[in-house]
Design a protein around this ligand. Structure first.
Ligand code: P1T
Length: 392
């Protein structure tokens, strides 16, 4: 065996979401009956004879703890294949290695700053072209289709402006030009949105966020229904070595078992936060796809089953007021990252999206991003009320 195969043996749709999160790929361990997938903390596997082994030979290539996660997460995306990576960016890097010099990537004009940095500053210098488009209007892309485009790369909802892109409409345009559509599903999670079912070819996640859910690991994941793409990803993972140790994989798999219940609480807390922000004088605009006035509301209602736990707003008092508010929270922790049980607050312009400064993906400097956690709603609201006073 060269790369571990993750062909999904379990039926894809027979169980509900939470049942799949808890059971797919996670049968009791055959030797001892251990109910929880063990942490196979080993770098290598004994072979019975030369070339005759259990299916595992070396842990960069394959590890049973990782196989369990790959099967479970593939089933959450209703995908045939899934590959775990060392980080969200390592997963993105493996996808982008599908490209050759001269190829072009179309990006949305709002995305995680690190994704923009990877495409423009790592792949750009070796000859991969890129352009940023306002994918809110897919016709703009159709009218200005850059030649040699092989990949269209979108997030929806986007980080940090929470724009919504119509996956099915953009997939149709990409496919009509022979390009693949990659959807970063980190903000929505497979609980709220399954991009492959809307026509995307590849789904990528930073599992550091909601899937892991506890701010204790870095990880990435890619799902696809295309065996050739899966083969490419496994080859790159093995050849380049962007793998995680089994303990981190175990923690991510354990975190995802509660994804559905956590997301329900993220949704209700986020809705309460949105209500509060909407009537506060320190806030100029609330960005949240659940708001009826949000330009992507209808598309989001169609392709998502909930609007997510991320909320952004623009401070009425500009950049300095935004920073004062961010520094005044006591329960919302000032930190990068998102999607975990605890609430976080940050200034994208200076923090997560600093690498996009001066580019088409630059974010407004009065922007505040909240990752609304699953603490008690009343405590979160009280913290925001007191912090927002600093913005007046
Ligand atoms: O940090 P890493 O696991 O490598 O994932 C990168 C990544 C990919 N895609 C999206 C949508 C992301 O938000 C991220 C990471 N984002 C942050 C760290 C952040 O605070 O926005």
């Amino acid at each position: 065996m060269t790369e571990d195969s993750s062909t999904l043996h379990e039926p894809k749709r027979s169980f509900g979401f939470s049942t799949r999160a808890i059971h797919v790929g996670q049968d009791p361990e055959p030797m001892t009956g251990a109910v929880t997938v063990p942490v196979f903390q080993t770098s290598t596997f004994a072979q019975e004879a030369v070339g005759k082994h259990s299916g595992y030979e070396y842990a960069r290539t394959g590890n049973p703890t990782r196989t369990a996660l790959e099967r479970a997460f593939a089933s959450l995306e209703e995908a045939a294949f899934g590959v775990d990576f060392a980080s969200g960016l390592a997963a993105e890097d493996a996808i982008l290695r599908l490209l050759k010099p001269g190829d072009h990537v179309v990006m949305g004009n709002d995305a995680y700053g690190g994704t923009f940095r990877l495409i423009s500053k790592v792949f750009g210098p070796v000859g991969v072209g890129w352009s940023a488009h306002d994918l809110v209007d897919p016709q703009e892309l159709e009218a200005n289709w850059p030649k040699n485009t092989k990949l269209v790369w979108l997030e929806t909802p986007t980080n940090p402006l929470l724009n919504i892109f119509d996956i099915a409409a953009i997939a149709k345009i990409a496919h009509s030009h022979g390009a693949l559509l990659v959807a970063d599903n980190t903000f929505a999670t497979p609980y709220l949105q399954q991009p492959l079912n809307h026509g995307a070819d590849i789904v990528v996640h930073s599992t550091t966020k909601y899937l892991g859910g506890h701010s204790d690991t870095i990880g990435g994941f890619v799902a696809t229904n295309d065996a050739e793409i899966d083969g490419h990803l496994r080859f790159i993972k093995n050849a380049v070595g962007a793998v995680r140790g089994p303990w981190d994989v175990y923690l991510t798999l354990r975190g995802a078992k509660t994804l559905a219940v956590r997301m329900d609480r993220h949704l209700s807390n986020a809705a309460a936060v949105v209500d509060l922000l909407g009537s506060n004088d320190a806030v100029a605009t609330v960005l949240y796809p659940g708001l009826e006035g949000h330009p992507g509301h209808e598309v989001a209602a169609r392709q998502m089953s909930g609007f997510g736990g991320m909320v952004s707003f623009r401070a009425a008092g500009g950049r300095d007021a935004a920073i004062r508010i961010i520094e005044a929270t006591e329960l919302f922790t000032l930190a990068e990252s998102l999607g975990a049980v605890e609430s976080l607050i940050e200034h994208p312009g200076v923090m997560t999206h600093a690498s996009a400064e001066g580019s088409p993906l630059e974010v407004p400097d009065d922007l505040v991003r909240l990752s609304v956690g699953i603490e008690d709603e009343a405590d979160l609201l009280a913290d925001l009320v007191q912090a927002l006073r600093s913005g007046l």
